[in-house]
Design a protein around this ligand. Structure first.
Ligand code: ADP
Ligand code: MG
Length: 601
């Protein structure tokens, strides 16, 4: 085949892939254009996850009638004058690619009017080709409707995920951008139903309330303004950090609720995200992550935003400094507002760095315990469970009870001696003493009872006296809706109750002492992470999570009869040695070991 230059249309289609890879990226580009146009109201209407329709309406400055077609040409932009201005970009867009890219892979209709123009302009493009141009009456601002995205690029179309996934990506983008622009009123509708909106008061706290609901939104703590480096060099003192972070009591199963913005642009930056997670070191249980919306303001010329067509990656000229300023301001905020770790915090919080929480592999030295003297070595042993015997019925993929194994070693009958550290129960058995982690043990007990009732279909759910409303983010709301029947199946009666609100009507009777809202938040938090989970495992994962939130915490004083009841129930468990997440529930110290330690043998 002879070498020839690609047609403009084909080149656009190829380039489009770098800018728009899914409906959410088209929404991002169009919303950013509206923000760059100074809009204070932005409405996003989508159908079928944005596959069939994305329509963005704004009240921004509009496009001059003579320039509407130009806006759709590749590399056409009003935001960049010369190559010098490329070094200090103050707008979200600047590459002049988005409209051309979107138009080349969809059918686009634009209606736009500037305040100076008497009438508006309407043009239609199909696969990037102009089909019509009309003069129309229109309010000042711009409406861009994108229909049938990727209709002419089947390869792209094939890679789109389910409607709910695409919708969720749009939700996530919109919630992120709404935090960066609290003075803009955003509204998102999906198939004609409002699923998210902000009030545009200009207060970031209000935006947080819109995204997370009142209950969680009000817990966020503002980052103090102590971020400036006390240095005489003026050029160095120009990084400013602001925003909100979650208190140590509020956390999620993944990093996706950490949002970073540089000069109003949402960015992805693993190292900065890591800096924030690190700032919570010792404040959070392991495997849990904070929520944060952090705004970094710095001179435009100190950051290169022209790294990737999607503009979500940036390069800082002084990365190390930004990293440390962000980390320090988050850490200082936490230390100021939460100086003392409460004994009421969940088990992991108290002991995650404590020496006695080190993994019990090998023989930990007694020095780990403090002043007992180095020469004495004591093997702290968990009783080794005999390998479980698997029956055929248990090995099947569809077995909903991966945790329940026959033949695991049962516990001996034990006598309760007392409680230490408001976290551990000491017991005596025929073979010596045991230290039982009250939280892990209770979690195991609840989980086994739950799984038994669930698989025997004898699960009882209990109506709440009054419904309990719970607010979630738009993305979580989509997830919850997808999983309502599952939740119903495990004993939660929950119904949609407004755009981001769900009403809990009933809970599994087993968990009636737990906080249902907390349990729901924990389960939906896990669901966000569960794309990889096999469908049959989702229920089990939800049950595990619910039991974890319902289990008694470390820090709770237990009476002797409560400890007794707990120990009896643990003795009844099929797999008593570990909690459903695999942590040990008890440590055994045998009579022989004790004798050895005291030099009796
Ligand atoms: P860029 O945003 O990088 O400049 P785009 O292809 O996204 O490139 O948009 C091209 C031009 O069209 C913009 O520079 C802007 O002048 C104009 N434009 C696009 N969307 C809007 C809008 N919603 N309101 C006003 N002008 C717009
Ligand atoms: Mg743009």
């Amino acid at each position: 085949m002879a070498i020839k230059v690609l047609s403009e249309q084909l080149a656009s289609q190829i380039a489009a892939g770098e800018v728009v890879e899914r409906p959410a990226s088209a929404v991002k580009e169009l919303v950013e254009n509206a923000i760059d146009a100074g809009a204070t109201t932005i409405n996003v209407d989508i159908r079928n996850g944005g596959r069939t329709l994305i329509r963005i309406s704004d009240n921004g400055r509009g496009i001059d009638s003579a320039e509407v077609e130009t806006a759709f040409l590749r590399h056409a932009t009003s935001k960049l004058k010369d190559s010098a201005s490329l070094a200090s970009i103050s707008t979200l867009g600047f590459r002049g690619e988005a409209l051309a890219a979107i138009a080349s892979v969809s059918k686009v209709t634009v209606v736009t009017r500037t305040r100076a123009d008497q009438s508006g302009t309407r043009i239609e493009l199909d696969g990037g080709t102009l089909c019509s141009r009309d003069v129309v009456g229109a309010p000042a601002g711009t409406v861009i409707a994108v229909e049938n995205l990727f209709f002419n690029t089947p390869a792209r179309l094939k890679f789109l995920k389910s409607i709910t996934s695409e919708k969720r990506a749009i939700d996530e983008f919109l919630t992120r951008v709404s935090l960066a622009y609290p003075s803009v009123r955003f509204r998102l509708t999906h198939n004609g139903r409002v699923t998210f909106q902000t009030n545009g008061t200009g207060d970031l706290r209000d935006a947080l309330l819109s995204v997370y609901g009142a209950e969680i939104g009000r817990q966020f703590i503002p980052i103090g303004n102590s971020a400036e480096t006390p240095t005489p060099e003026p050029a160095q003192a120009t990084v400013q950090i602001s925003g909100y972070v979650s208190p140590p009591s509020l956390h999620r199963a993944n990093r996706s609720h950490i949002s970073l913005y540089v000069n109003g642009r949402w960015i992805k930056d693993q190292r900065l995200t890591y800096a924030i997670v690190e700032a919570y070191h010792t404040f959070l249980p392991s495997g849990r992550y904070p929520l944060a919306a952090i705004f970094i303001t710095l001179p435009y010329e100190d950051v290169d935003v022209n790294v990737h067509p999607m503009k979500t990656e940036v390069r800082f000229h002084k990365h190390g400094k930004i990293f440390s300023v962000v980390q320090r301001s988050v850490r200082e905020t936490l230390l100021e507002t939460a100086p003392v770790r409460s004994i009421d915090s969940p088990f992991e919080q108290i002991t995650s760095t404590a020496p006695w929480n080190r993994p019990l592999t090998g023989k930990p030295k007694l020095t780990d315990w403090g002043a007992w003297g180095e020469q004495n070595e004591l093997a702290l042993q968990r009783p080794e469970p005999t390998p479980p015997v698997q029956t055929g019925a248990e090995i099947g993929v569809d077995n909903p009870q991966p945790e329940m194994k026959l033949g695991g070693e049962r516990l001996p009958i034990m006598r309760v001696v007392g409680q230490v550290g408001r976290a551990y129960i000491i017991t005596e058995g025929p073979e010596g003493m045991f230290l039982i982690d009250q939280h892990a043990a209770h979690e195991r007990i609840l989980f086994e009872q739950f799984m038994q009732e669930w698989s025997a279909k004898t699960l009882v759910s209990q109506q709440l006296v009054t419904g309990l409303p719970v607010q979630v983010t738009p993305a979580q709301s989509a997830l919850l809706e997808e999983n309502l029947t599952r939740l119903d199946d495990i004993g939660f009666a929950i119904e949609a109750f407004g755009p981001q609100t769900f009403m809990i009507r009933a809970v599994p009777a087993l968990l009636v002492k737990a906080d249902p809202a907390q349990a729901l938040h924990a389960m939906v938090g896990d669901l966000e992470d569960e794309d990889k989970l096999m469908q049959t495992q989702v229920e089990a994962a939800m049950i595990k999570r619910a039991c974890k939130t319902a289990a008694i915490k470390a820090g709770q004083v237990l009476t002797n009869s409560e400890m007794d009841a707990l120990v009896r129930q643990l003795e009844d468990c099929e797999t008593p040695h570990t909690c459903p997440h695999g942590r040990p529930t008890l440590i055994h110290l045998s009579v022989a070991q004790l004798a050895n330690q005291f030099g009796r043998t």
